[in-house]
Design a protein around this ligand. Structure first.
Ligand code: PRT
Ligand code: ZN
Length: 210
């Protein structure tokens, strides 16, 4: 039996469950249950907050997980990725108030930037030779400039309508992300074999969808 952690409720949940079902794996899930066992495959599914998934897999509490690369890399465990899954595509971008002048990333020098991704952003800015003050906040990042908390933000964008609605303009893409399957290192031979079967099925599902 292998243990897979997926997001309990959020943007990854439905696509994660659909992928498992399309792999031909049957299970019963209810809103109140935090774990369930598949009836026709040696799989147990845990339902967790997405932010907790990299840590659980790193510690081996869960063998596998499905999480956004943004959360995985921010948590400092990119090495756990085994398979890109092609859904929940988004980007982590820098944005500034619509009216502000901007010609290049150097214009961010010395600014206050609000973000939930200080690790990824810090590395990006260091690579660009830009020094800025990062303010880590866990949500509603887009509101920060209009309330005077920051000069710029760095947050997840998909359609761009949240930026637009908050008077912000996207100026740089820092990181591109999609959902990925992650696995703990040093799986037992039995679990490795189950993982191989699961990946084989996931790849077949993706080929069939194209
Ligand atoms: O409760 P839990 O901690 O599990 O969930 P969460 O609220 O932290 O995460 P959730 O469900 O919002 O997102 C899960 C994952 O989906 C993220 O880590 C990304 O990998 C991916 N994803 C894809 C997104 C988006 N698209 C997205 N648009 N995550 C967040 N957003 C938010 C973004 O933060 C911004 O506020 O949507 C807004 C922007 O959307 P647009 O379409 O207006 O640009
Ligand atoms: Zn989260």
């Amino acid at each position: 039996m292998i243990r897979l952690a997926i997001q309990k409720s959020g943007r990854l949940s439905e696509d994660s469950l659909n992928l498992i079902r399309e792999c031909g794996i049957s299970f019963v899930s209810s809103t109140y249950k935090l774990k369930t066992e598949a009836t026709n495959f040696p799989l147990e599914i845990l339902f967790l907050r997405d932010d907790d998934i990299p840590g659980y897999v790193q510690d081996g509490v869960a063998d596998l997980g499905i999480v956004g690369q943004n959360v995985l890399v921010e948590a400092g465990h990119p090495e756990l990725e085994v398979e890109a899954l092609g859904f929940s595509k988004c980007r982590l971008s820098l944005a500034i108030p619509r009216g502000a002048n901007y010609t290049s990333v150097a214009d961010l020098q010395g600014l206050n930037i609000a973000t939930s991704y200080p690790e990824i952003l810090g590395r990006y800015l260091a690579g660009e030779g830009v020094q800025a003050q990062l303010h880590t906040i866990s949500g509603s990042v887009e509101i920060a400039p209009s309330i005077g908390l920051a000069d710029a933000i760095c947050d997840i964008v998909s359609s761009g309508s949240t930026l637009l609605g908050n008077g912000l303009r996207e100026v740089e893409t820092v990181f591109r992300s999609e959902a990925v399957l992650i696995a703990t290192q040093n799986l037992s031979a039995e679990k490795q074999e189950i993982l191989d079967q699961l990946r084989f099925r996931m790849q077949a599902v993706r080929r069939a969808r194209r």
